[in-house]
Design a protein around this ligand. Structure first.
Ligand SMILES: Nc1nc2c(ncn2[C@@H]2O[C@H](COP(=O)(O)OP(=O)(O)OP(=O)(O)O)[C@@H](O)[C@H]2O)c(=O)[nH]1
Ligand SMILES: [Mg+2]
Length: 288
């Protein structure tokens, strides 16, 4: 008998919860999500997003899914996404591959006030993905930078780290509502130069400079493949609240272009997920 259609030939209509974050702060893998993953025999490309809460992460993930709605957004001050949500779709550019999008709970929620839980969420995003989008509002800033160093194993520069690094995801910093000129000391710079400049180390090894250099060292070491994307505010303040309902031509044209470039890049360059020994991960192996 011919095998029935796999889960990926019937695309998931909406994301489902992969990791639940209970009110007590316990992270639990959801069995249904594992069943969905187990059905996927294709190689998977896993793109995760992480960053501070209420910064438009879920919206950007819907753009990567080429859908107006999907991952749920909120428009109030309260943190919205809880735990980690997963959406498996046929890869838009690679036949026979599945694109797995992971949307994660925002970091730094004042109502939660639990940085350890945040660190776990972030570490899972790093470990599960082949491309990690790190999202921040306005600028590349120190607070966001500090947040990044924890799962990068706190500056562990041991012998094993070189081996580790090859399984770390490609890294993309997404700066939202960017309103500045990309200029450095009077010279025009690219988005990537903007990121690299923020990651520059202070020379020497004075004690004073260590807190500055440590997160930068971690990021440089664990994410050797880095890109930066900037986005202007997608629409006027009034319209932002109903962003999901807006037609493409109601969005700021510069934003449309930036999103198109970003999606193109993510779809084109994101690799399949591999494990130690270079094994390509299928949905079934990701859930083992
Ligand atoms: N200013 C601005 N608002 C945005 C942007 N993208 C989405 N929003 C709006 O910001 C609000 C929050 O968007 P979400 O995508 O839910 O943000 P999130 O980062 O997933 O939030 P959490 O799940 O709480 O971490 C919604 O009202 C969106 O319409 C953006 O680029 N700029
Ligand atoms: Mg969200």
């Amino acid at each position: 008998m011919a095998p029935g259609p796999s889960a990926m030939e019937i695309p998931m209509p909406a994301p489902i919860c992969l990791i639940e974050n209970s009110p007590a702060g316990e992270l639990q893998v959801q069995q249904e999500a594992l069943r969905v993953l187990a059905e996927i025999s294709h190689p998977v490309v896993v793109v995760a997003i992480a960053g501070l809460y209420r910064t438009g992460k879920s919206y950007l993930m819907n753009r990567l899914a080429s859908k107006r709605t999907g991952f749920s957004l909120g428009s109030t001050i309260q943190s919205h996404t809880k735990g980690i949500w997963m959406w498996c779709l046929p890869h838009p550019r690679r036949a026979g591959h599945t694109l797995v999008l992971l949307d994660t709970e925002g970091l730094g929620d004042v109502e939660k006030g639990n940085t350890k839980n945040d660190t776990w969420i972030f570490a899972l995003a790093v470990l599960l993905s082949s491309t990690l989008v790190y999202n921040s509002m306005g600028t590349i800033n120190q607070q966001a930078m500090d947040q990044l160093q924890y799962p990068a194993l706190r500056g562990d520069e041991g012998e094993d780290s070189a081996e580790f690094v090859q399984f770390f995801p490609a890294f993309m910093w997404a700066v939202r509502d960017f309103m500045l000129d990309l200029q450095l000391d009077g010279r025009k710079i690219t988005e990537d130069e903007y990121l690299e400049n923020a990651l520059k180390l202070k020379p020497g090894s004075s004690k004073q400079d260590q807190p500055y250099n440590l997160p930068r060292k971690c990021i440089r070491q664990f994410f050797p493949a880095r890109k930066c994307f900037i986005f202007v505010q997608p629409a006027s303040r009034k319209r932002l609240r109903r962003l999901e309902e807006l037609q493409e031509d109601e969005l700021d044209s510069e934003f449309q272009e930036q999103v198109a470039q970003f999606c193109h890049h993510v779809w084109e360059i994101s690799k399949t997920k591999t494990l130690l020994g270079g094994h390509v991960v299928t949905g079934a192996s990701e859930c083992r």
